[in-house]
Design a protein around this ligand. Structure first.
Ligand code: HMG
Length: 414
């Protein structure tokens, strides 16, 4: 029996900050961002967007035409959670009208947890092949302003329906694993922005890659020559290039040029969106499937999933014949292209107003044009709503206008 991804879709935010604008503002040569880290734009959420609204927007098309009663599990992976107790997936379950006979849970281990969710989903479906699992990964990547991580911020969500009819990608059983207690990137509960030891994080990412590969081979996994393409966790796209060259050298099987060819097209979307933490490696998969000209049917794709702290997993999947019929290429490209560009002043305003750590009531006027929005936070409760189609404010000065000042700053909502 084949198990894996039957359907997959992604969503990103309303606004976009070109990294050329950031480079100008912080006095950095733009080549450092465009070439040095391989990023061109970063997605920036509107005040009425968050991990729940992006997740619901990503998942809605995946559920079209599905028998919702077959979806008895929702696994929500995130490291930018909105509540220390309630799973964000419960809001999404409601917004999408899923069956109440369903288990919903949130998983956390930095950028890795969507892969844990995927593997758990496969295991659940192996046990009950008539059931399906909705796996969602949704994150807003935030660092302090003027920090090394700032140009790698981003926002996005991916939704995958896992079933015994893997019309997009059949996931193979062999997996290489690696866990190491390291402090390369972390976010204590009292912070809304991550702390990172940037250069160290790159070095332990590479260590984890080599170790996970060695374990993958020991577990009976294929040699590198058996893979046609590779998708990496991409906090910035240049890292994927370096990572695959590292793996090529480590396995001694590929030249740099061959390694670069294997990750071509997996970088296209991430370069425009930025780091999406848990969603990043699977947005890379969509980028490959939707932007590669060649027919990938029957091709084996390798995945390297890394979450700081750290946990890593390497595994393979085989693209299924007919996968192109399952894609929403036009919709996804539009998601990226229709984002509204903001200037640096607006970005700093949006960056300064995280809603996670300060209590108080907030009403958010519509800014997002997505089908779901965060309407308000009242009495420490987040109120979401479904909207048919919200038209964008005509005046650019209205961008970020819905941010409200906390009226009860003494309260902490965590
Ligand atoms: P930095 O220290 O500001 O940059 O940030 P740099 O000085 O090392 O420059 C970067 C590259 O740009 C260098 O190339 C420069 O030569 C080049 P390299 O030596 O790397 O090949 N450069 C230029 N190129 C062309 N034209 C120019 C120019 N100027 C310089 N004019 C750093 C780099 C990665 C540290 C930073 O982006 C950072 O802190 N990022 C956040 C941490 C991160 O993403 N780490 C990745 C591994 S950890 C991970 O993946 C997990 C994570 O997603 C979180 C999670 O799991 O939850 C982060």
């Amino acid at each position: 029996m084949q198990l894996g991804i039957e359907n997959i879709s992604f969503a990103t935010s309303e606004y976009v900050l070109p990294l050329a604008t950031l480079a100008d503002a912080v006095g950095v040569e733009v080549g450092k961002f465009h070439i040095g880290i391989g990023q061109e734009n970063m997605s920036v959420p509107a005040p009425d967007e968050d991990i729940v609204t992006m997740a619901a927007t990503a998942a809605q098309p995946v559920l079209e035409g599905q028998d919702l009663s077959a979806i008895r599990t929702v696994l929500f992976a995130t490291e930018s959670g909105i509540d220390q107790s309630k799973a964000a997936g419960v809001y999404v379950h409601h917004l999408l009208g899923l069956d109440q006979r369903c288990r919903v849970v949130e998983l956390k281990q930095a950028c890795y947890s969507a892969t844990a969710a995927l593997q758990m989903a496969v295991a659940l479906v192996a046990r009950r092949p008539e059931q399906k699992v909705l796996v969602i990964a949704s994150d807003v990547a935030r660092y302090d302003r003027d920090s090394s991580g700032e140009p790698t911020q981003g926002a996005g969500a991916v939704a995958m329906l896992v079933s015994s009819n893997p019309a997009v990608l059949a996931i193979e059983a062999e997996s290489g694993l690696h866990t190491a207690d390291v402090m390369d990137f972390w976010r204590p509960n009292y912070r809304s922005t991550a702390l990172v030891d940037g250069k160290y994080s790159v070095s332990v990412y590479m260590d984890a890659l080599r170790a996970a590969w060695d374990d993958y081979r020991e577990q009976g996994g294929h040699d590198l020559a058996a893979f046609d393409r590779f998708c990496y966790h991409q906090p910035f796209t240049r890292l994927a290039v370096k990572a695959h060259r590292t793996l090529a050298k480590h396995s001694g099987e590929l030249t740099d040029e061959q390694a670069d060819e294997q990750i071509a097209n997996t970088l296209d979307y991430n370069r425009q969106i930025g780091n999406t933490y848990t969603a990043s490696v699977y947005i890379g998969l969509l980028s490959l499937l939707e932007n590669a000209e060649e027919d990938l049917s029957g091709k084996r794709v390798g995945f390297f999933s890394y979450g700081s702290g750290s946990v890593a997993e390497l595994f393979g999947g085989v693209v299924q014949p007919g996968y192109r019929e399952m894609l929403r290429t036009a919709r996804h490209r539009e998601q990226i292209q229709r984002r509204r560009e903001i200037d640096h002043a607006t970005y700093t305003r949006l960056h300064a107003h995280p809603d996670g750590l300060v209590g108080g009531d907030h009403e958010f006027t519509p800014e997002t044009t997505a089908p779901f929005r965060l309407a308000a936070i009242r009495g420490h409760k987040r109120i979401y709503e479904t909207v048919a189609q919200v038209s964008a404010p005509a005046d650019a000065s209205e961008v970020g206008a819905s941010e409200t000042v906390a009226t009860d700053t003494a309260a902490t909502s965590l």
